[in-house]
Design a protein around this ligand. Structure first.
Ligand code: ARG
Ligand code: ZN
Length: 849
């Protein structure tokens, strides 16, 4: 609940804790309303600290007793924790507290989900379990004893005594409290094993509620693949005798890397052909890998403080992207990451929530688990690797593991291993961590007497709290093509470090065509006077898959913006050039499917806004629909052949090859359904033997308002499957015609299965409405009021998920005065609510700016 005055925490104020923890023993006597937690903690004065204040975090705890070296003490209790007089020498702290997991709706600390006990301690949830220095730089070994009559009781590390009613766990690796986990319930496991390359036998278990075992094969396979990959690519082995994964239905985020006991949102681990789409399978594979990779980048080497969150998250996202690129198609993964970055991180960096990859202050750290920290953080690692080269990257990372194993580190430590390995000065590069905002890079070219010159100019627009920006290091991968489409200069890495900088290329007999920012070598906005002829040339000839795709995107953007602004017809030359690529049988179907994608309506709104044009969501939607229709008409003769190519004859597998075909088929179906009124979609809905095809068909039927029967059948079949029902809720709103999207969402919140305290269900409805751009931004403001009303309601139960969903308002200043006023009013109504959470309080204040 609202603090009297929310405190801002600053990076510059960091000081170490006055004590080190030499060991932690915890005993849990589980009961839904009254769990008792006993702690026995050995503290010793920290020689590296000057401040000896003994403060332990603790929230929503009932203290039963406390003792130091066996003698009862009476600590001073506050809202945030306790302080106590302690000896000036090593001592043992003992406490007993009572907590009520069944009443914990925030899903932080120890809570219950479907009768199962589980925990989420990152970032600051452990303080809701017992009194402790709940900060990542305090690392200790944990011994845990769990008492209950539940059949399965798990914690971190290796199992000890497991006797009726009691389970003991010992984690030999010192860890911060945010990596603590406990699970207890009536669970079943898919079990397997893995032998590390140095011969350690590891038992693997994926725990689920009874009934879900049929959805665990994919997760287990992904885990084994990840374990092998981290050995082969990073030389990292697993370090315990068991690795447990648990699927939980009520979870605020995707998953959590607790040492030896990863806890997953069931949506991020459970998969089957009937219930999951290809995209679900790919996401699950990536998240399993991500959490597993954290064992080294996060757990063995952790963060000194929460400002360093990108140290583990940026690096681990980068590692999981490499993994996916290796398992599937590297260019397709790269383009997917660019789409995602532009959809989620750019708007963040271009609006009121913009913050550096390493923030300098926060009130609630949960508000900083963002696309900037994660995805831009991963881009920064990718740039570093490009700049120093693959070999130096490997050496530096090996040095990082060797030098910092067992430590809680900073970005400075990370950059230092690169400086030590390469001798480079990375002080300018470090601005990627400290400076917020998306750099704009403009390019001019000149050609004179066989000399070709590229001149780059960089600037970063002001962001909240940072009006002045310094030039950054921009690795710009460039290739040059001859007018005949030959590559005359293979990819070179140019380092743009100045506000303005030129690069010359001699001996160019013809004026070359530049292929810029290959592989999206830096997360910038490339500003280049759009020249449709050049983009068409690159679309036809570029050897870099990203640049080729981006050329098509540029043409699409140009055509769509012209349609919105002047009501122009879609650009026929673009559609013809695109058809040549999309129908090229030599290209990967997954890549062709990406080529067929259009920028999102939200992205177009931002593009218009940056051109000084106030975006009209209805006009954007109309332009997109007209463009899709025009594409269908123009390609009408190719659609049958494309559908044939997209057909999968083999039994279902969620691999890259089959998924790519289905992705292409899904694009084609959306065009076909513009021509046939939905009969192909209806047939596909009936015939589909997997969720990918089924859901694609259903989306088209919803858009065409002929989905009543299909929706009813779908619901009847899947009413008992929470994850599938999330899809059912979402698609009816996401694919609905914009004018009815809010009413659809409203009606669905009245459905008996709308359990709004379940984060997945809440997001399925609210997230779907937000993704229906013109629907959410309906001119009368109904979408804004609807969302704000639900955020206010959820904030009382689950501040974290509510505050995160509030980011839907981050683009509010783009729109017309009327919409702005309505969004401002919605945000102000939230702000003025009594008892606003710290999460929501900070979020709304930042959004209002
Ligand atoms: N560390 C988790 C991950 O792998 C995210 C957990 C975030 N949880 C939270 N409550 N903020 O990305
Ligand atoms: Zn992570």
């Amino acid at each position: 609940m609202k603090d009297a005055s929310p405190q801002t925490i600053y990076l510059k104020d960091y000081t170490p804790f006055g004590y080190v923890v030499e060991g932690v023993e915890l005993t849990f006597a589980l009961a839904p309303e009254a769990t008792r937690v006993k702690s026995r903690i050995r503290f010793a004065p920290n020689p590296d600290a000057t401040d000896r204040t003994f403060f332990l975090h603790g929230e929503d705890l009932t203290l039963i007793s406390a003792a130091i070296d066996g003698s009862p003490v009476t600590p001073t209790l506050t809202e945030q924790g306790l302080t106590c007089e302690v000896p000036d020498a090593p001592f043992t702290w003992e406490a007993e507290v009572e907590i009520a997991p069944a009443k914990n709706t925030a899903l932080e600390g120890l809570y219950m989900s479907n009768g199962m006990y589980c925990t989420q301690c990152e970032a600051e949830g452990f303080r809701k379990i017992t009194y402790y220095p709940d900060r990542p730089d305090v690392m200790a070994t944990f011994d845990v004893r769990i008492e209950s009559d539940l059949p399965v009781m798990l914690s971190n590390g290796n199992p000890g005594t497991q006797d009726g009613g009691v389970a003991e766990w010992h984690d030999p690796w010192p860890k911060p409290s945010y990596l603590f986990a406990l699970v207890a319930g009536d669970l079943e496991a898919r079990s397997d094993s893995f032998t590390t390359r140095s011969g350690r036998h590891v038992d693997l278990n994926l725990w689920v509620r009874p009934g879900d075992l049929g959805k665990t094969a994919w997760g287990m396979e992904a885990l084994r693949t990840s374990m092998r990959w981290d050995e082969e690519v990073y030389g990292r082995e697993y370090d315990l005798d068991v690795f447990n994964i648990v699927a939980v239905d009520d979870f605020n985020m995707g998953a959590m890397e607790n040492k030896g006991l990863n806890i997953f949102n069931s949506s991020a681990v459970l998969a089957s052909q009937d219930t999951s789409t290809d995209a679900n399978f790919e996401r699950i594979e990536a998240i399993i890998a991500h959490e597993y990779f954290h064992n080294w980048t996060g757990n063995r080497i952790t963060c000194r403080d929460w400002f360093q969150l990108c140290l583990k998250e940026g690096l681990t996202v980068f590692r999981d992207s490499q993994f996916t690129a290796d398992q599937r198609s590297a260019p397709v993964k790269r383009i997917g990451d660019v789409i995602d970055l532009r959809a989620r991180q750019f708007p963040e960096d271009q609006g009121p929530l913009s913050h550096p990859v390493r923030p300098e202050s926060f009130q609630e750290i949960n508000n900083f688990y963002t696309a900037t920290v994660y995805e831009k953080g991963a881009e920064v690692i990718g740039m570093l690797k490009r700049l120093v080269g693959d070999e130096a990257y490997d050496k530096a990372v090996a040095l990082y593991f060797e030098r910092h194993d067992g430590q809680a580190c900073t970005i400075e430590d990370w950059l230092q291993v690169f400086e030590d390995t390469t001798g480079r000065d990375l002080s300018q590069f470090k601005r990627w961590y400290t400076q917020s905002g998306t750099p704009r890079l403009s390019v001019e070219e000149s050609y004179e007497g066989a000399r070709y010159t590229l001149t780059f100019r960089q600037r970063t627009p002001a962001t909240p709290g940072q009006s002045e920006k310094l030039p950054q290091v921009l690795p710009v991968a460039v290739g040059l093509l001859s007018p005949g489409g030959e590559e005359v200069l293979p990819t070179q890495l140019l380092e743009v470090t100045e506000p303005e900088q030129s690069f010359t290329f001699d001996n160019m007999p013809d004026r070359p065509i530049p292929s810029l920012l290959r592989g999206f070598s830096a997360p910038v906005v490339l500003e280049r006077e759009s020249d449709a002829a050049e983009q068409a040339f690159l679309l036809a000839h570029d050897t870099d898959p990203y640049c080729r795709w981006e050329a098509g995107r540029g043409l699409a953007r140009g055509s769509l913006i012209a349609s919105v602004v002047d009501g122009a017809d879609p650009d026929g030359a673009w559609l013809d050039a695109l058809r040549a690529v999309v129908t090229d049988p030599a290209l990967d179907p997954a890549y062709r499917a990406l080529m067929m994608g259009l920028p999102t309506q939200s992205e177009l709104a931002q593009a218009l806004y940056e051109k000084g044009i106030t975006p009209d969501p209805d006009a954007i939607r109309d332009a997109v629909e007209a463009t899709v229709r025009a594409t269908a008409d123009r390609w009408a003769d190719d659609l049958r052949g494309l559908s044939e190519e997209a057909r999968v004859a083999e039994p279902y597998a969620p691999d890259a090859q089959q998924s790519g075909k289905r992705a292409l088929g899904t694009r084609v179906l959306s065009l076909v359904s513009r021509l046939d009124g939905g009969s192909a979609a209806e047939a596909q809905f009936e015939a589909a033997d997997n969720m990918t095809l089924k859901l694609a068909a259903l989306g088209n039927l919803v858009r065409l308002e002929r989905a009543d029967d299909a929706l009813a059948a779908f619901e009847a079949q899947w009413k008992d499957d929470r994850l599938v029902m999330d899809k059912w809720f979402g698609i009816q709103i996401m694919s609905a015609p914009a004018p009815v999207a809010v009413e659809r969402a409203e009606a669905l919140t009245g459905h008996a299965a709308f359990d709004w305290t379940n984060p997945n269900r809440f997001r399925a409805v609210m997230g779907a409405l937000v993704s229906n751009h013109a629907g959410f931004h309906r001119a009368d403001g109904a979408g804004y009021d609807f969302l704000a009303g639900w955020l206010a309601r959820l904030d009382e139960k689950n501040p974290q998920t509510a505050a995160r969903m509030a980011t839907a308002f981050q683009t509010w200043r783009r729109y017309d005065d009327d919409r702005q006023a309505k969004m401002r009013a919605a945000l102000e109504s939230l702000r003025d609510k009594p008892k606003l959470s710290r999460d929501m309080g900070e979020m709304v204040a930042r959004l209002l700016g």
